[in-house]
Design a protein around this ligand. Sequence first.
Ligand code: ATP
Length: 362
Amino acid sequence: MTGLRLKDVSKSFGEVTALRGVSLDVADGEFFTLVGPSGCGKTTTLRAIAGFESLDSGEVWFGEREMAGVAPEDRDVGVVFQNYALFAHMTVGENVAYGLRFRDTPGGQSKDARVAELLDLVDLAGFEDRDPDALSGGQRQRVALARALAPGPDVLLLDEPMSALDARLRKTLRKQVKRIQSELGITTVYVTHDQEEALAVSDRVAVMNDGGVEQVGRPEAVYRRPETRFVAEFLGENNVFAGEVAERGGGAGRTVRVGGQSFRVADFDAADAARGSHVTFCVRPEKLVAGGRENAVEAAVEAVEFLGESFRAHLDWEGRELVVRLSERPEDDRLRVGFAPEDAHVVSVGDRAREPEAVEEP
Ligand code: ATP
């Protein structure tokens, strides 16, 4: 097994800059996910690791080995693509054995034994003689996974392998993939635009935007402490407030004025945030509570959605959209919501906060 390192990797296609200096470290045995909106460079990063893409500049390392000039088939990677069609004229067993065409079986097993072992690993024991078109979408992707794993690669690359499946099947398959990955302890880079999936399965995630990496960290850290506004809004929903520090408070707390309203926000480094500094902070929908007395505002209820375990209400507060999670459907068309000073997370201090950037819906 081996870790992976990308050093300052850049790649353009004509006028389009797909990657602008991407650096990443993936630890040995880690489940590492690249997440970001369509076109941000996830697939290009994966293809650079696999060797399918020549780089304009930068380096890719597998452990202690630099990969410049190493062909894809010599890189010890297994790849599963979004729609990696299985060969229709081959049985399931032959498809998995195809993964062994360039390699001896690990440990000198017979091909048949290796195929049976892999099909067992992906919960398809005994499916050797089936035709691929007699399989469900989820089963097909598991065969594709078995084929990628057959030669015993050091690194597994998964490019949106579940995106063609329905929501329920995706959840089942992602649990299986996670189980198989940790059973094998194989270094895995997983590409998805689905932020919920990224948070659910990964040891760490890299949030990408416009050819660059915005933030890398454990799912909880990236969700709770986004370092940029883009990350705050891309991973889960968020309420973003842009205002000015109104006064110097005691300790690390400050009063921030947003429009005509004062909010108390705890999350300041005592050193920064002089009076008048521009501040962007965010409050997750689940932290914006109805009837809260601290930092309370009154907003108009614009729309309510029933989510099963809760309601999501879209509010209008002085022309700003707020999103809250509620346990009950609001009865009035106005709602008072507030948040504890500790539940606000400061994203940036200093320069004038930029206008919100549109975040594409995944
Ligand atoms: P998606 O989630 O939609 O698959 P992505 O994050 O994987 O997107 P990439 O496929 O890496 O994004 O593409 C990054 C940018 O590079 C996009 O603007 C894309 O159009 C462009 N691009 C990728 N491959 C090529 C190519 N072979 N020729 C021209 N442009 C390309």
